[in-house]
Ligand binder design. Structure first.
Ligand code: IPE
Ligand code: IPE
Ligand code: MG
Length: 246
């Protein structure tokens, strides 16, 4: 009886966000705990990313943005950066076939110009191959920083103003939003971060102005599973989002 009641409660609260952001953190610590090199954590983390992406699409998430490599992550040892870039290359190559079967539109956000030429080409191919898909939109943040994104938006708007296409007075919140990498997408509803760090680390700082945050300190990304996502959906459903109203 008690169990039955609990189940009803669960079903009542569960809510799937329209736009979900995930900071895939804890790969290095996961590897260290096992006496493995940090790179091993990234390998497993990349597999978990694929699994969770598919699950999000199944659950009806409309937009999923994952933080894969930040503008600050270049500070890491060169061999670790190389390993992450190799994983990205591998993911792109392997997924190009997979993309045909799935109804996921893949996009990349961030500055891709410092990435190697072949990776940039694979990214463009992934975007083109999936552009017509009607299911979930997946934004993969690579060499992404929220501050960098806002600076780009400012530059784009300034260029338009200098060219006489817009007047400075017309620059409002909507205009800034339309100049971001996530142009045309709704704001982030829920940001999820495993690994016990309670910070945004420069992720979607504009888009998450009214997001709910779920920081999970009992799990590292390579151990993350569908059931952890469900825990977050439950917690999200319990939040009272007022957006400044009453
Ligand atoms: C996240 O895991 C992956 C990237 C930043 C690329 P970390 O590599 O930050 O793992 P920890 O935080 O050191 O455990
Ligand atoms: C944020 O994680 C970036 C990604 C998960 C890709 P970090 O591990 O780089 O962030 P900090 O250094 O703990 O803030
Ligand atoms: Mg980290």
């Amino acid at each position: 009886m008690l169990f039955k009641k609990k189940k009803t409660e669960v079903a009542e609260y569960r809510k799937v966000p329209v736009h979900l952001g995930i900071i895939m953190d804890g790969n290095g610590r996961w590897a260290k705990k096992r006496g493995l090199p940090r790179q091993a954590g990234h390998v497993t983390g990349a597999q978990v990313f694929r699994k969770i992406t598919k699950y999000c699409e199944k659950c009806g998430v409309s937009y999923l943005t994952v933080y894969a490599f930040s503008t600050e992550n270049w500070r890491r040892p060169q061999d670790e950066v190389d390993a992450i870039m190799n994983l990205l290359r591998q993911y792109l190559k392997e997924s190009l076939a997979d993309f045909q079967q799935e109804n996921i539109r893949t996009r990349f956000i961030g500055d891709r110009t410092p990435l190697s030429q072949d990776i940039q080409e694979l990214m463009a191919e992934a975007e083109q191959t999936t552009a017509h898909k009607t299911g979930m939109t997946l934004n993969i943040a690579i060499n992404y920083g929220g501050r960098q994104e806002i600076a780009y938006a400012a530059r784009r708007l300034a260029e338009k103003a200098a060219a006489g296409e817009i007047v400075p007075d017309s620059i409002d919140e909507q205009a800034v939003e339309d100049a971001l990498f996530t142009e045309g997408q709704p704001p982030v509803d829920l940001i999820l971060r495993p690994s016990g760090e309670y910070r945004l680390s420069n992720f979607l700082i504009w888009q998450s102005a009214y997001a709910e945050y779920v920081f999970m300190d009992d799990i590292l990304w390579p151990d993350f599973s569908e059931k952890d996502l469900e825990r977050a959906f439950l917690e999200f459903g319990r939040r009272d989002r007022r957006f400044g109203g009453v």
